[in-house]
Design a protein around this ligand. Structure first.
Ligand code: G4P
Length: 533
């Protein structure tokens, strides 16, 4: 089969990635600096100002009323040195939810951002696990190098031990008199010596570039820093993990970069290497085998739904990651789950902070499709028959609560709201008897606490069903497959609770991890699953 050269060119130039990090590692700051170097914004400081409004829950609600902003920042597209970069935003703060995980499914690689004093933290670990399961290439950026942090060699050996991944430093920090003054790029064999800008990093940092044996560079660094760098590089060359592209693409070796997003030092050397090293969109698994991005027929899947953009109309935007072919407005596709034809009237594209209609889009790109409630997370759109992309995984909630309607007469609105929020992926709902809505009090599950606040707010404002929550102490769910009698017997013990999910699959909630482990080891007449089977 001959490949359309325009399609092929679009694919090789696409880089679609997400940043994973623990709150406060500097994701917002780095995102902004990438946009600055990508020419999508000219002055850093705007995205950040927005984030600051997000700290408190009430501010978040206000944010939601200005949804336009949060949507446009969900996907940021910009050009960099001939590449088209799609940066998918992973909501990372208190508003941590299943959304965060799902965004990773739509990305082709991940950038793991670490604080140079803290290394791997809890949230990083959770998100890393998702990337690892998917064998995604993972790049590491050690941030905040302008402050004294952990010794770089020690930090990397901790990352390796903690996450079970090999690290290969592509850039290495240069310090002089305790100050971070630049990085050395081992692939290009170039030194970048930065100057701090007067505007606290709002614009690009001045940089001088030269090789290690350049006399001028030695002077710029100072003899001591130069000597230390030469020594460090020799050590890394002799004792470090060599670069290995196969291992990088399989996600077992992480290229590492050192930077300060605040001062911009090291950001551009990272960007330059990243676009070269990170993979373009590759083949994705589907029910009909691997789908190659260069396949001329359009395919894509919905990985996120943003509902009620305008509360007056029940409009929703479905975010579709394109897997193959070319998108053009007005094209006909099949909505595979229902088998119905669907016309993609116009897609929305996300260029930094502005939303505009797209003329065309390619594999790796994300388009926003206006939808009146047909599309669900995980749905495939295909101009290539009935293939379906392997399901977007569900994630087990970590918090559970009974949801009680403030006005019992509004139960119908509550049920509608819960059903729609479940379809959208904003909630998971459970019932205490298998006959779903007849059960007296539905139970909701969330991956993060703020997901509950969002649910309550939306149930009240969008569905007219004000509710309150009654937290449940049990928080370790396991789906269970086996005979009804056996399941009921196991669930009867203290500290356990039998529930049914929206599809009627039974699960048992355990109060503590120890009790859960104990049961998993002993009860082998049934099978256990971490997420819905
Ligand atoms: P997040 O999105 O990952 O949560 O992190 P964010 O960018 O908001 O950064 C968290 C804090 O870390 C901010 O400080 C930010 O300025 C700081 N920071 C980010 N990158 C760097 C860096 O390279 N070096 C240093 N020294 N600090 C960095 P803050 O005090 O919470 O906010 P602000 O008052 O500085 O705005």
């Amino acid at each position: 089969m001959s490949i359309d050269p325009i399609l092929r060119d679009a694919i090789v130039r696409r880089r679609t990635f997400a940043i994973i990090s623990h709150p406060d590692a500097g994701k917002t700051t780095l995102t902004e600096k990438l946009l600055l170097y990508g020419g999508a914004i000219h002055l850093a400081g705007t995205v950040k100002a927005r984030r600051q409004q997000r700290h408190a829950t009430s501010d978040w609600m206000q944010m939601e009323q200005e949804r336009g902003i949060s949507v446009t920042s969900s996907v940021m597209q910009f050009a960099y040195e001939g590449y088209q970069v799609n940066l998918l935003d992973t909501p990372g703060h208190e508003d941590f939810s299943e959304d965060t995980y799902r965004v990773l499914i739509a990305a082709d690689s991940a950038v793991m951002l670490l604080d140079n004093r803290k290394g791997v933290e809890e949230r990083t670990r959770q998100l890393f696990a998702v990337c690892k399961r998917r064998r995604m290439p993972i790049f590491t950026v050690v941030n905040k190098c302008d402050r004294v942090g952990e010794d770089p060699l020690k930090l990397l050996s901790d990352v390796e031990a903690d996450l079970g991944i090999d690290c290969h430093p592509v850039t290495w920090p240069i310090h002089a008199d305790g100050n971070f003054i630049g990085v050395y790029d081992r692939r290009r064999k170039l030194i970048y010596r930065f100057e701090r800008s007067e505007d606290h990093g709002a614009t690009r940092a001045d940089v001088q570039v030269g090789s290690l044996d350049d006399e001028r560079v030695r002077e710029l660094l100072g003899a001591e820093a130069h000597e230390r760098l030469t020594h460090d590089i020799a050590l890394l060359d002799a004792a470090g993990h060599p670069f290995n592209q196969t291992a990088m693409l399989a996600g077992t070796l992480s290229p590492v970069f050192f930077a300060s997003a605040l001062t911009n030092f090291g950001v551009e050397p990272f960007m330059r290497e990243f676009v070269e090293l990170a993979p373009p969109p590759t083949a994705r698994e589907s029910s009909a085998g691997l789908v190659n991005p260069a396949d001329p027929a359009f395919t894509g899947f919905v990985f996120k739904i943003q509902a009620n953009m305008d509360p007056k109309h029940r409009d929703r935007i479905a975010f579709v990651r394109i897997c193959s072919g070319r998108f053009e407005p007005g094209m006909q596709v099949t909505h595979v789950r229902t088998g119905k034809p669907m016309r993609l009237a116009s897609g929305q594209q996300f260029l930094a902070r502005e939303r505009s209609a797209v003329e065309e889009a390619w594999p790796g790109d994300v388009i926003g499709v206006m939808d009146r409630g047909t599309l669900r997370i995980g749905d495939t759109l295909s101009a290539n028959g009935n293939l379906e992309f392997s399901g977007i995984p569900r994630f087990a909630p970590e918090h559970f609560a009974r949801i009680i309607a403030a006005d019992p007469l509004r139960r119908k609105q509550l049920d509608t709201g819960l059903r729609e929020l479940t379809e959208e992926g904003a909630a998971q709902v459970f019932y205490t008897s298998g006959t779903d809505t007849l059960s007296p009090t539905p139970i909701v599950g969330a991956v993060g606490q703020l997901q509950f606040d969002v649910m309550l707010h939306r149930l009240e404002h969008e569905y007219g069903a004000p509710c309150r929550l009654e937290k449940i102490t049990a928080r370790h769910p396991r789906w269970v497959v086996g005979s009804k009698a056996e399941i009921e017997r196991i669930a009867r013990d203290r500290g356990r609770m039998l529930l049914y999910d929206a599809k009627g699959h039974p699960l048992i909630l355990f109060e503590d991890a120890w009790g859960l482990r104990w049961v998993l080891e002993r009860e082998t007449t049934v099978t256990w699953h971490e997420v819905a089977p």
